[in-house]
Design a binder for this molecule. Structure first.
Ligand code: SF4
Length: 229
């Protein structure tokens, strides 16, 4: 069945980025819908809205970019909620593009299928919060799934990174150090990226600018931690 007959899962396409897929000229497909409700989320229109682009349209766009782009970032929202993701990744790979998945980690089984079929080249895993703060940070109970995704990615050998968006009303230095402990205990040997929340006009939970910034002096040095932006 042509997937053009299926629902339109993609909210928007960013045709060009040099920032979101390290080492590759890429585009971004933003998938509508998410199973988390992080109050600082600056994409409420994507999380709560409907897609308007089907996968055939994305593939048609990619056809026109063969030889000009090198990679495709599947982001959102939460792209792993899309049930045909493995077929889409296969089609993208057949066009010769590298595939990166941005995920909140809630679908470890999907990551496993994609990895086993060698359909993904890179993953960015958002590790939202340690267990005691996970519900307040995401408004959901998917901590165990995130941990499963982390464990799977570590043993898979896939190129991946772990990152956390920091709004200091939700996560302080102790919370970040708890995540560092988890990553260290799980033998994560990559860089742990922290992204300070930047105030956006509209967020899911109407969050204001963080009332303070993290004190870098208080952060653990058990693993390599870097700030982005
Ligand atoms: S920030 Fe949270 S709510 Fe927004 S897309 Fe990411 S996981 Fe979903």
């Amino acid at each position: 069945m042509s997937r053009s007959a299926a629902a339109k899962p993609i909210f928007d396409i960013t045709p060009f980025t040099i920032l979101d897929f390290t080492g590759y000229l890429a585009c971004i497909a933003w998938f509508a819908k998410c199973n988390m409700r992080c109050p600082y989320c600056y994409n409420p229109h994507i999380v709560l809205g409907e897609g308007s682009i089907d996968t055939d349209e994305l593939l048609s766009f990619l056809h026109s970019r063969v030889g000009r782009l090198e990679g495709v970032v599947l982001s959102g929202g939460e792209c792993t909620l899309y049930p045909e993701l493995h077929n889409l990744c296969r089609d993208i790979k057949e066009l010769g593009f590298k595939v990166k998945i941005d995920t909140n980690g809630s679908r470890p089984d999907t990551l496993r299928v994609l990895a086993e079929e060698k359909l993904i080249d890179c993953v960015a895993l958002d590790f939202k919060a340690p267990l005691p703060l996970f519900k307040a940070t995401t408004r959901c109970d998917l901590y165990d799934k995130t941990l499963q995704s982390l464990r799977f990615l570590i043993q898979s050998g896939i190129n991946f990174e772990v990152r956390t968006t920091v709004h200091t009303d939700l996560l302080n230095e102790n919370a970040i150090n708890s995540i560092v402990d988890i990553l260290s205990n799980e033998n994560y040997n990559g860089t742990y990226y922290l992204q300070n929340y930047l105030h956006a006009e509209k967020t899911l939970g109407d969050m204001q600018q963080s009332s303070k910034t993290l004190n870098k002096e208080l952060l653990s040095d058990k693993i390599r931690v870097e700030f982005r932006r």
